[in-house]
Structure formats: C-alpha cells, structure tokens
Design a protein. Structure first.
Length: 210
C-alpha cells in the first residue's frame, strides 16, 4: 500500500505520468513524530519522506517530474519502508543489517520507480502514487539527478536546509516532535558506524530507524 504526501488544498501540481521510470532519490526528509492510527490504536510514529526524480521526463518549465512517498521510520517486518528498500536492494536484509540503517545513503542512488494514477473517492482528483521501487536492471545506464540532493534530519537540525524546503513541506514537519518514546511494535534502534558499499547499498549509521 502506498502512502503519498499530496499538496494541501488549493495547490496545483502537474500530474506525473504513469509508468516505469529510471529514477534517482534526491530527498530524504525527516518529518518528526506524527499521530498514526492502525486497527483503532493511535501511536506517535517517526515519519520520513523520500522523493524521486523521474529521469527523462519534463514538466512545462523544463524540470523533471518528481514523486514522493512518506514512510514510518521503521524496519519492522511489515513496514512499507523495509519492503521498498528490500525491493530496491534486490534482496532481503540480514539480521545484522536490520539492527540499523543509514537512510541518508539512498540519496543520489538510482532505482526504477513505478508510478500509477489513483482517483479520490469523490472522483474529483487524480494523484500520482508510487506503486513500487526496484533495482536498476543489470547493465543499464545509471541516471544522475538534476535536482540538488536534500537531506534533513531533526536530530541535527539545519536552519538553512529547513528554510530551503517548500512552505507546504515545512508545515508537515513536526519540529517539536523528536524526543518521543519508542513504540515496542516497531522498535529497531540503529548503531553508529558503517559506510557505503556498492554491494550492500544502504548500510548502518546516521538517521536512526525506530
């Protein structure tokens, strides 16, 4: 199931096309803690937003289309983030890898993104949703982002980066909701250390997963 952050009422965006696209992750944005409800139970969950540039596409102003997806910051077995990252890596996580993860290491990394259009229940709006994320095919030319790479963490708050984000995205970030208790069902503390490895593309360090 996709969880797509859409623009507030009154804001208009060009609709990204449907299909499979060579893509690059150009943003990892910490959204802080937000109240989520699952099966009637409400909890505060740490959220993160990943945004992808659809290479080879062009909006009216010449910039490439982009799509984004919001995730609970968790490596729990059923977590959408874990499922998408495993599909992106092309293999499952090992037990050691599940102990922690450097989410900032996906910045600038290529992938295949499948975009589908969905219509609101009222039938008056159409959204471009990320249906799946997968590894690039063997031997394919690897795309490079034309967008500036953006990483934002509330653990290491950077005012300039925060102010560079669109106003509507700033409003989605709970800047006061960082020091929240860990919830037992999604507990996955991350260790420090680790580095990028092309064979293990997303390794441990920096942005903790809980």
């Amino acid at each position: 199931m996709s969880l797509l952050a859409v623009a507030p009422e009154g804001m208009e965006f060009e609709l990204a096309p449907q299909g499979n696209f060579n893509s690059v992750c150009y943003m990892v944005c910490d959204l802080g803690y937000h109240e989520r409800e699952w099966q009637g139970v409400k909890n505060n969950k740490r959220m993160v937003r990943l945004a992808f540039e659809l290479c080879g596409t062009s909006m009216e102003d010449g910039r490439p289309f982009s799509v984004a997806k919001n995730y609970t910051l968790s490596l729990a077995e059923s977590a959408n983030l874990r499922q998408d990252l495993q599909s992106w890596r092309g293999r499952a996580f090992t037990e050691d890898e599940l102990k922690g993860f450097d989410l900032f290491n996906v910045l600038g990394k290529p992938c295949m993104v499948n975009v589908v259009h969905t219509t609101s229940k009222q039938g008056d709006k159409t959204y471009a949703n990320i249906a799946s994320i997968a590894a690039m095919p063997q031997g394919a030319s690897l795309p490079v982002a034309s967008n500036e790479l953006v990483k934002f963490s509330l653990d290491e708050f950077d005012q300039l980066t925060y102010e560079s984000l669109p106003d509507w995205l700033q409003k989605k970030i709970n800047v006061h909701g960082v020091n929240q208790p860990v919830t037992r069902e999604s507990e996955n503390p991350a260790p420090t250390g680790g580095s990028f490895d092309d064979d293990i593309p997303f390794a441990a360090h920096e942005l903790n997963l809980y």
